[in-house]
Design a protein around this ligand. Structure first.
Ligand code: ZN
Length: 180
């Protein structure tokens, strides 16, 4: 007899009254309502940096939209530099011309992003970034490399630069692996 009584009492007072008391009295007045989170930006660029009002390098993006990968060449020392400049770091002149870059190159080094992707790129993991040795220019270019799964990329692999339209309307370049 003494063991049956507690067994019957236990479920009723512990579960049912506690749940109803909490939801009825505490949650509506004491829990402040969170405003909905604002939508996250696509990337950590909060301004339309490709616009001529925003950057003196807007020609780079205009050219890219037209299918041309370009950079600047100094009129005084004749050097082609990457990335494009508004002032030559040697001569300090702003007399620079836009010139087309070769689009073919080879992977010099690469890395795969398998986790911890930058804001807006989480859904693209895993992806590859790398340094590309572009034919005929004295510098290497950094960029996203697409076209081959990360675990099949290799140093020396042929790539070609191409324009890439970002989902927010901007444009950038990428390197795409070229079938051997
Ligand atoms: Zn110069």
């Amino acid at each position: 007899m003494s063991t049956e009584a507690p067994r019957e009492r236990r479920p009723a007072p512990v579960l049912a009254p506690a749940a109803s008391a909490e939801s009825g009295t505490t949650s509506p007045p004491e829990t402040p309502k969170k405003p909905p989170a604002p939508p996250l930006p696509f990337l950590l660029d909060f301004f339309p940096l490709e616009d001529a009002k925003q950057t003196r390098l807007s020609a780079f993006f205009d050219n890219l939209r037209a299918g041309r990968l370009t950079t600047t060449r100094c009129r005084k020392d004749g050097r082609v530099r990457w990335p494009p400049r508004v002032v030559c770091p040697e001569c300090h002149t702003s007399e620079l011309d836009w010139v087309d870059l070769p689009v073919d190159g080879r992977i010099y080094a690469f890395s795969a992003v398998l986790m911890g992707a930058p804001l807006g790129m989480e859904s693209e993991v895993p992806f590859v970034v790398g340094l590309v040795e572009v034919d005929g220019v004295p510098f290497r270019m950094f960029g996203r490399i697409v076209g081959t799964p990360w675990d099949q990329c290799h140093v020396g692999q042929k790539v070609r630069a191409e324009p890439y339209d970002l989902p927010d309307g901007r444009v950038f370049y990428r390197f795409r692996t070229v079938p051997a």
